[in-house]
Write a protein that binds this ligand. Structure first.
Ligand code: NAP
Length: 266
């Protein structure tokens, strides 16, 4: 084994909490930089995750305490919460665990979509409320929710649902009229427009995920004058937050420069 050069600091160990395209992008950039050793953590929900760079771990840590223990055991120097804006539990756990283990934490959260002229948005504070907002009259609804969230649709069986998810919804919903598409974004505007027209959709049920990859359905709904029932994001812990991968890298570079140059005897 080659001993570390005395003039060269050890790489900064960075744990990225992922499950998003941004986390993957960040891991890819860091894996190509000698001053960082990234590892990417996934919840393990998606059956066939895309190929990922560098070290990847999958599955929960066992709450904030489990994550704090992992931070200590793996001697993590920096924690990046790049999870999805709707993944509220892991973000809260990250804040508590970073505190417990004394590890610097930065959150990467893409900006939420903003309503623009021509949009017909109906706000909802959670998915249960969003389903109620579809109303009593039967609608033809494009559902863009996670497969673990779509059970809420069973409370309104009068609608016709077109449910799109990465993995199949199993078992199927207990509603008389539901069809299923398995697909992974990005979903371009042209395809979304064609999908809405072909299926005579008159309502879109969406979370305010933000980002360009899944914005096509929102833009297409605007063009076609279709209502979007938009679920607001859950509250996030009060953690320093940036909106882009470039800002995370700048933060990590500052951290790398601030820390002592050598970690000897390890
Ligand atoms: P969640 O409700 O916030 O988290 C539930 C539990 O899953 C956590 O307590 C944790 O288990 C585990 N977990 C979540 N993210 C993890 C990660 N990156 N690495 C290791 N364990 C993780 O999360 P969720 O909403 O179910 O989302 C699960 C994953 O899918 C997240 O990584 C998220 O980025 C991604 N995702 C979510 C959505 C969404 O709309 N919610 C959309 C796209 C992608 P322990 O307590 O045992 O540690």
């Amino acid at each position: 084994m080659i001993a570390p050069s005395p003039s060269r600091p050890e790489p900064l160990r960075v744990l990225i909490l992922g499950g998003t395209g941004e986390a993957r992008d960040l891991a890819t950039v860091l894996a190509g930089r000698p001053e960082f050793t990234p590892s990417l953590s996934l919840a393990g929900r998606t059956r066939n995750p895309l190929d990922l760079p560098g070290a990847v771990r999958s599955g929960g840590f066992g709450g904030a305490e489990g994550l704090a223990a992992h931070l200590r055991e793996a001697r993590i120097d920096a924690l990046i919460d790049a999870t999805h804006p709707f993944a509220a539990i892991i973000s809260a756990n990250a804040a508590r665990a970073a505190d417990m283990a004394g590890v610097p934490l930065l959150a990467l959260a893409r900006p939420a979509w903003e309503e623009t002229p021509g949009d017909r948005w109906t706000p909802a504070s959670d998915i249960t409320e969003a389903v109620a907002r579809l109303g009593v009259t039967p609608r033809r609804v494009l559902v863009a929710l996670g497969r673990n969230e779509v059970r809420a649709l069973e409370a309104a069986p009068q609608h016709h649902y077109l449910v799109r998810s990465i993995d199949p919804v199993e078992p199927p919903l207990a509603v008389p009229q539901a069809r299923y598409i398995t697909a992974r974004g990005p979903f371009p505007l042209e395809d979304e427009r064609a999908l809405l027209i072909a299926n005579r959709i008159d309502a879109v049920l969406s979370k305010n995920s933000g980002g360009p990859a899944t914005y096509g359905k929102i833009a297409a709904a605007r063009e076609l004058g279709i209502e979007v029932v938009m679920v607001a994001r859950p509250p996030r812990p009060p953690v320093e937050t940036v909106g882009s991968v470039a800002e995370v890298i700048a933060w990590l570079e500052r951290l790398a420069h601030q820390r002592p140059p050598l970690r000897r005897g390890v």
